[in-house]
Design a protein around this ligand. Structure first.
Ligand code: CA
Length: 418
């Protein structure tokens, strides 16, 4: 599919993340205005509350955009999702008779503050990238036992906390935690010294379920995707993770990009999962191409300095699709809700330059990396700003996700000191 032309001329360039082909959904405010739903188009945001108030939508409910999040729209199901996208495409297309009515409802993106696009109901994070799991397993258990015996049969995950998910641009505070002593002696309580990023994608569940669902049903239930940085305290994690998995290591924050890129916008970019060593059991078998060809990049900028590219990878490197993760999540009867967020797990590629975490890039701190400024990093330093970006590249256009950034602030004083 080629670039679709819009009368919003900034949407017609090969470089904009938000051409008419994309139409991602977010929540924005300008000045003192309360946050409201918007759709990004080129360098502008279309104010959906204004569009609805003007009677330009016919989706069966006149008050869909009263709320500053997209959960209500998602809840209405795939027919409404398709109708809304079709109407937006029609209204914003070059030559549309709605142009004059819509022009006053556009707000420049660079004047807007962006907010969480959804209420995150629950957050689950997976460990479903094979290169990442192999790298981490090799460091911790040796190359022979890198992948645990279950890894090639189920997407391993853990239940995280919705309350710690924040939108791009939110500062992150270096956490304190219980850390193992330097010589395997007794633990101590200190700021994390091995604070890290994880380059991931997040899938947003748009339809509720109650009981086991198939991979095909799971794919249908997914509304869209965001970029996701799962900040991780490796020293807290190393001490706490056995036998129940990560807990406080992942409790500080998880950053997502502010625009939900819909499954519909990503449709032309579907790709298969990689070849499998073991055939999956029937309930997890691939049911069509359910990964996406999305180029991913992460950069690190020390305070006041230029950014260095840490890694370039692609979402297609995942071993399990989000649909397989969602299907697996329901296997034992877990009800899923509209607004549930599923982290893919760190997306590393086979090459060193494709590793999606500093843990892997610096090989556990043994091989510090050198930034363009000449500084070195094993893990994050105070003042570092991380920025994820993503783009699916079409014929003369791209489907972008907007920013997914966060700056690491120094730890506060000991929170328990009297
Ligand atoms: Ca993670």
């Amino acid at each position: 599919m080629p670039l679709m032309k819009s009368w919003v001329t900034s949407a017609n360039s090969a470089d904009t993340p938000f051409p008419l082909n994309n139409l991602p959904y977010g929540v924005f405010s300008v000045g003192d205005m309360p946050p409201r739903c918007g759709v990004a188009i080129g360098a502008m945001i279309l104010d959906m509350a204004a569009v609805e108030q003007a009677g330009l939508l016919d989706l069966g409910d006149p008050d869909l955009f009263d709320m500053p999040f997209w959960n209500g729209i998602m809840d209405l199901g795939s027919e409404v999702w398709a109708n809304l996208r079709a109407r937006l495409t029609q209204m914003l297309a070059e030559g549309s008779t709605d142009q004059a009515a819509l022009e006053p409802m556009l707000v420049p993106l660079d004047q807007a503050e962006l907010h969480m696009p959804i209420i995150v109901e629950e957050y689950t994070d997976f460990y479903a990238g094979r290169h990442h799991a192999t790298n981490v397993g090799t460091m911790f258990r040796g190359a022979e036992n890198a992948l645990p015996p279950n890894w090639l049969h189920i997407p391993i995950g853990y239940n995280g906390r919705a309350s710690s998910v924040v939108v791009s641009g939110t500062d992150i505070r270096r956490p304190w935690g219980q850390l193992k002593g330097p010589n395997d002696d007794l633990p101590r309580f200190a700021p994390s010294a091995r604070f890290d990023l994880e380059l991931e994608m997040g899938a947003i569940v748009g339809q509720a379920s109650d009981g086991p669902i198939s991979v095909t049903e799971a794919d249908e239930a997914i509304f869209g995707y965001v970029l996701l940085n799962d900040w991780s305290a490796r020293d807290i994690q190393a001490w706490e993770y056995q036998p129940l998995g990560p807990f406080q290591a992942k409790a500080t924050a998880t950053t997502i990009s502010p625009w939900i890129v819909t499954k519909a916008a990503l449709e032309p970019f579907r790709v298969d999962t990689p070849a499998r060593e073991f055939e999956l059991l029937d309930h997890l078998k691939d049911a069509g191409p359910m990964l996406y060809d999305i180029d991913l990049t992460v950069t690190l900028a020390p305070r006041g300095k230029a950014a260095t590219v840490l890694a370039r990878t692609n979402y297609r490197e995942m071993y399990y699709s989000a649909a397989q993760q969602l299907a697996h999540h329901t296997t034992a009867g877990c009800p899923m809700n509209v607004g549930d967020l599923l982290g893919s797990g760190t997306i590393s590629g086979p090459e060193k330059s494709q590793r999606g975490s500093l843990l892997e890039l610096s090989w556990g701190g043994k091989e510090p990396i050198t930034l363009d400024s000449g500084e070195t990093r094993s893990f994050l330093e105070d003042g570092d700003t991380l920025a994820l970006s993503g783009a699916a590249r079409g014929d003369g256009y791209q489907i972008g996700f907007g920013p997914c950034t966060g700056t690491l602030l120094p730890a506060l004083a000991d929170p328990y000191a009297r």
